[in-house]
Design a protein around this ligand. Structure first.
Ligand code: WT7
Length: 698
């Protein structure tokens, strides 16, 4: 079922479109399309917001978008100063609103926004909202794993809880600039911990609670926190995960490597595990419930510079070592708040739910900070979206009257497979805007989401962005213009995307190539923690003069952007970014694995699956046990989400004469495109390809 377009109602949208930004051609073609030219391809398929929606939207027309966009590009300092003025600044930023050098040929890469401005993010999220009179508004609706297990916090209550923790952190010696690692599931204590850090100027580094002890240890050793905050265990679906055991192992590993940690604050998550059964290291481990509630519910704010660090978040790159993406305070605050407001058309009466975990950037910018900065009411969900059954999300939507629902395509696809009955059983009348993030959303999933979940009433904001960008970069503004299923549409205010060819030359108009960004935006990451050279090499050297995103992209004849996936050695599994090198290094750490090469393959639900070619050491034989043990090694070293979907036994790997693995060939074998292997004559030993093909279905 697809949407039928009521053309006449919407002509006004199109008529008001003149030219779209950044190389887009005249929009007049849209007229032809909706006036009845055949819809030749996905590119031509337009889905319009209803007139009623557009009329109430912050950005009601393409014209309004174009005006605002043009202003944001012509006068970034003026535009962003105006946006920033909505927040509390103890001292206003200096005369230079921003400074940037994105051109490696001109020296060190440098980005600064609102430097000299003195503010505090936690103050702006909580105190400012309370002072405006909204202190009794609900900040968080918390929903536990088990239906019926829930809680709420108003802005005032949240501030009190944040202050108690902030005071405890100060008591144990955490000071401005110190790192705090947070390894928690989606309890209210997770956003509380983030906010407490930002209140006292500490730099949080949240590690997704699905990462293994090894990965956690690696991050702890890199940023050397004063404190780790965790809980003893959590229920997720029908499973219990013993997080404290994982932390214990990570801390032991970190201590062995000369980085002992003094304080591990542990929340007793009673519904999953009693404190009596939790392993304990006296002197180091402290129960949250024993100390935090005893602290005062008010805590003075540590005023910080806009350019002081706010958080570190580790993400995967094309080498084995995770990258500590560093975000600073002022620009991040202004940008996440502004994008949240416009991309979701947020209004004070909305109830917002983002299903992401705070362990990823989405949870930082659009579970915690963006919504609170807008004084929004947000749902925080501890459980799994298919537990107790595939209707859980819509049950929660009805329960809290969620009006903005933001999730990942992988969840949309997995729910779509379960059948419409799980959706239609619930009312969902409260929904008005839907969102998507993490990977390109395929048009069929888009249509199901739009037609079934949103009953053809709710625009979909398909937000393209990255851990590095801090906030939305290319995204629809619902109500502003017709959408195309599968396209992230147009750049947000202030963002100048460019598409370049292999030589780094900008291509205009309709084209495909590498997606870069010209000039900075307020929430751009400032460095990779402790490794500015890697920052410059990874992001600013491939195409000098630009920030290189690592994504491929097409711009169609109407100027819409279509993200086509990563062009580097990063795979996107269920919206989680995984470096092939990380999985390979985990595999080769197995004593019976001699060599491994990992590629992404299309996966019906996950978007991409992990496909590993494995060469065993001499005289070891393939076996089912060995396969399981290899997969377990990856789970233990990275986390369950990085476990390979397929192990392909490889007597040898296709390499060039200089020893470089030819992944192009491996990708074709993995996706069974055996007639498209291309030229194999440059291989050192072309016969390895035949050997691999023989083992295709073993
Ligand atoms: C990569 C960034 C941004 C939060 C979640 C992932 C892919 C993300 C989209 C989208 C197409 C997308 C890109 C990007 N991606 N959103 N709407 N359409 N691709 O953050 O782990 O930093 O991964 O995710 O490939 O580079 P991340």
């Amino acid at each position: 079922s697809t949407t039928t377009l009521k053309t006449s109602d919407h002509l006004r949208h199109v008529e008001s479109m003149s030219t779209l930004p950044s190389g887009a051609g005249p929009i007049s073609r849209l007229n032809a399309v909706i006036l009845g030219e055949s819809l030749a391809s996905e590119e031509d398929h337009l889905v319009f917001p209803s007139e009623a929606f557009s009329m109430q939207a912050h950005v009601p027309s393409p014209q309004k978008y174009l005006e605002t966009y043009a202003r944001s590009i012509e006068d970034p300092a003026g535009f962003w100063s105006e946006m920033a003025s909505g927040f509390f600044w103890k001292e206003r930023w200096g005369p230079q609103v921003y400074a940037e050098n994105l051109d490696i040929r001109k020296g060190k890469i440098n980005i600064e926004w609102f430097k000299g401005g003195i503010t505090n993010l936690c103050y702006n999220c909580l105190d400012r909202i309370i002072e405006s009179g909204d202190g009794d508004k609900i900040a968080i609706f918390w929903e536990g794993n088990e239906p019926g297990f829930d809680g709420t916090l108003t802005y005032k209550q949240l501030l009190a809880r944040v202050c108690q923790l902030a005071n405890w952190l100060k008591d144990v010696g955490v000071r401005k600039g110190d790192a705090v690692v947070i390894y928690l599931p989606m309890l209210m204590e997770l956003p509380i911990s983030m906010l407490a850090c930002s209140r006292i100027g500490a730099v949080h580094s949240v590690v997704f609670a699905g990462f293994s002890a090894e990965s956690l240890a690696q991050r702890i050793m890199d940023c050397k926190p004063k404190v780790v905050i965790t809980c003893n265990a959590v229920r997720r679906g029908s499973k219990i995960i013993y997080l404290k055991d994982i932390v214990d192992a990570a801390l032991a590993e970190s201590a062995r490597n000369g980085n002992p940690l003094d304080v591990c604050l542990t929340y007793e998550n009673e519904s999953a595990m009693k404190r009596e059964s939790t392993k304990w290291q006296e002197g180091r481990d402290i129960w949250w419930q024993d100390v935090v509630p005893k602290h005062p519910t008010t805590c003075a704010v540590e005023w910080v510079d806009a350019e002081d660090p706010l958080f570190l978040l580790y993400t995967s790159g094309s080498t084995g070592k995770p990258k500590g993406v560093l975000h600073t305070t002022g620009g991040y605050m202004v940008y996440t708040a502004t994008t949240f407001k416009y991309a979701f058309d947020y209004k004070p009466s909305d109830v917002y739910w983002c299903t992401a975990d705070c362990g990823w950037i989405t949870g930082h910018s659009y579970v915690t900070y963006g919504p609170l900065l807008n004084g929004a009411t947000a749902v925080v969900f501890e459980g799994a979206p298919n537990y107790p059954d595939a209707g859980r999300c819509w049950d929660i939507v009805d329960k809290f009257k969620v009006s903005i629902f933001y999730t990942a395509p992988t969840l949309v696809r997995s729910l779509m497979r379960e059948g419409d009955q799980y959706v239609t059983r619930y009312s969902r009348k409260s929904l008005r805007v839907l969102g998507s993030v993490g990977e390109p959303i395929n048009p069929s999933a888009w249509r199901w989401y739009f037609n079934v979940v949103g009953e053809s009433r709710c625009p979909i904001s398909d937000t393209w962005w990255q851990t590095e960008t801090g906030g939305f970069m290319i995204t629809p503004l619902p109500g502003a213009w017709p959408q195309k299923p599968g396209s992230a549409t147009f750049p947000f205010f202030g963002v100048q995307p460019v598409i370049v060819d292999e030589k780094g030359a900008e291509i205009e108009g309709e084209c495909s190539g590498y997606l870069c960004v010209k000039s900075s935006w307020p929430s751009a990451f400032r460095t990779l923690y402790g490794d500015h050279e890697r920052y410059e090499a990874t992001y600013f050297s491939a195409f000098p003069g630009y920030y290189f995103t690592g994504d491929g992209c097409t711009r169609d004849k109407d100027g819409y952007y279509w993200l086509t996936g990563r062009v580097d050695d990063v795979i996107n599994v269920s919206g989680h970014r995984i470096g092939t090198a990380e999985v390979e290094s985990a595999l080769v750490s197995h004593p019976q694995c001699a060599e491994a090469a990992v590629v992404g393959v299309e996966h019906e639900v996950k978007g991409q699956g992990i496909y590993a070619f494995v060469t065993l050491v001499e005289s070891v034989l393939y076996s089912e046990d060995l396969r399981r043990s290899l997969i377990l090694t990856v789970r233990n070293q990275i986390g369950a989400f990085a476990a390979p979907d397929k192990i392909h036994w490889a007597p040898g790997l296709p390499k060039t004469r200089s020893g470089k693995i030819m992944r192009r060939i491996l990708r074709k074998i993995a996706s069974r495109q055996l007639d498209e292997l291309g030229d194999t004559s440059t291989l050192a030993d072309p016969s390895v390809v035949d050997e691999l093909i023989k083992l295709v279905d073993c």
